[in-house]
Design a protein. Structure first.
Length: 220
């Protein structure tokens, strides 16, 4: 494990002014533009860092993509397929623009609901129908998924694998190891800055206690 390639994955949500009511907890992860720019300046040029975005907000296209391109950065955007075209969320054309700009699209399910307690018929919509719709829109394979609310267990992972996903991004915080199906991410909060996000990595060198805790979560 010590020789495996590791990646520090940070995850954004919305940026700038919001034109709808915040969902519960959303205000804690919504950044103003200046803070977002400052964080990108701090992480620019870090080859072992990956950037992701959740929820498919219109700010992904209007703010995030131009700022990423200015710094020659790329990101994976995880989209809840059922929200495409809704007010303040990305449209089909917006997704195509993002792909043309070099961004990658992944699935964030269908309607942004926790996956662990869903019955198999609803999971098919969350995993398979969301994947199919995104692939039809962008005309490219979609094989990455991000768990809404960080909610998963071994059954969720089994269904994701069978649906054709090669990795599941979580909200566990920590370091992602190449080849592992579960990819822990580090959520960017409204008061975070680039220095704190980078220094935090050193506190997450995989200890035995942490590996055991995540193993228990994955086998629920």
């Amino acid at each position: 494990m010590a020789d495996a390639k590791s990646t520090w994955i940070i995850n954004f949500h919305g940026i700038g002014e919001i034109e709808r009511a915040f969902d519960p907890g959303e205000s804690e992860v919504w950044l103003d533009i200046d803070r977002f720019r400052s964080i990108l300046d701090s992480i620019e040029g870090k080859p072992d860092l990956q950037i992701t975005f959740d929820d498919g907000n219109q700010s992904d296209l209007e703010i995030a993509v131009p700022e990423l391109l200015k710094r020659d950065l790329r990101a994976v955007f995880f989209i809840p397929a059922g929200k495409i075209g809704e007010e303040t969320f990305l449209t089909c054309e917006g997704l195509k623009e993002m792909v043309s700009a070099g961004m990658q699209i992944g699935s964030h399910g269908w309607s942004h609901r926790a996956w662990r307690s869903l019955d198999p018929s609803i999971r098919r919509q969350e995993f398979e129908e969301s994947k199919n719709r995104l692939e039809q829109i962008i005309q490219r394979p979609v094989d990455l998924a991000a768990c809404p609310f960080g909610d998963y267990n071994r059954s969720v992972f089994r269904h994701l694998r069978s649906a054709g996903y090669r990795a599941a991004y979580t909200s566990d915080r920590g370091i992602a190891i190449e080849g592992q199906f579960a990819k822990p991410r580090n959520t960017v909060h409204a008061n975070d800055d680039g220095e704190s996000l980078l220094s935090e990595r050193h506190t997450f060198e995989d200890s035995l206690q942490r590996r055991l805790r995540l193993a228990v979560k994955r086998w629920r």
